[in-house]
Each structure stands twice: as structure tokens, then as C-alpha cells.
Design a protein around this ligand. Structure first.
Ligand code: C2G
Length: 153
């Protein structure tokens, strides 16, 4: 019997940490289904992705380890998805450790170690710092330009 694995995530600014966990989850079965959080649901989770939902879904669907990518738009859909797709294993990163143990009455629940040294939060921080530095540099240039204009006039 084919073994079905289910997981969920935002997968914003898709990086090697996301790739690794999808690869390791696929190794736990024959079919991997991934719920990708909608932008509306991320607002509920207090997250604001940079990449819009449609694009994140398309990226996850294109990953070789992923057999089916579906929208995740509420906390309670996991039990419905487990029944709908006849799931055997629910897996997610250890940052959610213990949060989904209740699903253990229906499926095997596994928490996998995260990939260290990479996170969307860190990527966003670097990007925003880059942005700020840029803005500061621009402001300096404008200030010196207006100084020159003043001196010339
Ligand atoms: N992940 C990882 N290593 C990283 C970063 C992320 O293994 N360096 C894993 C997370 O543990 C998670 C998956 O990648 O299993 C997706 O991470 P997020 O996009 O941050 O997912 P999240 O917003 O936490 O959504 O209903 C559950 C939620 O939808 C989970």
C-alpha cells in the first residue's frame, strides 16, 4: 500500500531549509502532500509573506519531492485532509514540536530537525538592512547634491 505523507508550511522566499525538509519527508513514504498557507491564513498566523500565495504554491508544486500542493487556509483542515487523502504520516519541523500530537490518533506524527543557518526571517532581515543602507546612502547623495546646488546658485 502506498504510504502518504502530509505537511504544511508558508515556504516564503523558498530556501534550502524548505528543500531539505520536503526531501526528508518524501523519504518517509511514497507520496508527499504539502499544504501551502494562503496569505489570509498567514495573517492569522501573524506572518506577512513577501512572495504571494499563488507563486509559493507553484514553487512548492514544482519541487521534485512534492506530489501534490494544496492551499492551507485554517488550523482545523489537517484532520479533514488526513481523511481526504488517506494520510499515514504527518510531519513538520521541530519548531512545532508537540503542537500536532493530537493527530496521533489517526496518523504517525513526526517532527524533523530544522536546517540550521537559514531561515526566511533571517533572509528578510538581511534584505531590509540592505534596503535601509541603500536609503541612507541615497539620502546622503541627495544632501550633498542640494549642497552643491546651493553653492552654485
Ligand atoms: N524549516 C526547516 N529548516 C529551516 C526553515 C524551515 O526545516 N531552516 C521547515 C519548518 O520547520 C517547516 C517548513 O520548513 O516544517 C516550512 O516552514 P515555514 O514556511 O516557516 O512554515 P510555517 O509558517 O511555520 O507553517 O499549519 C502549520 C503551518 O502552516 C506551518
Amino acid at each position: 500500500m502506498a504510504k502518504t505523507v502530509l505537511t504544511y508550511g508558508t515556504f516564503d522566499l523558498f530556501h534550502v531549509g524548505h528543500l531539505n525538509i520536503l526531501k526528508r519527508l518524501k523519504e518517509k513514504g511514497d507520496r508527499l502532500i504539502v499544504g501551502v498557507s494562503t496569505d489570509e491564513f498567514n495573517a492569522v498566523k501573524g506572518k506577512k509573506p513577501i512572495v504571494p500565495f499563488e507563486q509559493r504554491l507553484e514553487i512548492v508544486q514544482a519541487i521534485q519531492y512534492v506530489d501534490l500542493a494544496i492551499p492551507e487556509d485554517n488550523w482545523d483542515q489537517k484532520r479533514l485532509d488526513i481523511a481526504k487523502y488517506d494520510v499515514d504520516v504527518f510531519g513538520i519541523g521541530e519548531d512545532w514540536k508537540g503542537k500536532f500530537d493530537d493527530l496521533g490518533d489517526k496518523v504517525e506524527v513526526i517532527y524533523l530537525p530544522r536546517t540550521t543557518g537559514i531561515s526566511t526571517t533571517e533572509l528578510k532581515r538581511v534584505l531590509s538592512a540592505f534596503d535601509e543602507r541603500h536609503v541612507a546612502k541615497l539620502k546622503d547623495t541627495l544632501d550633498s547634491l542640494s549642497q552643491i546646488v546651493k553653492e552654485l546658485s
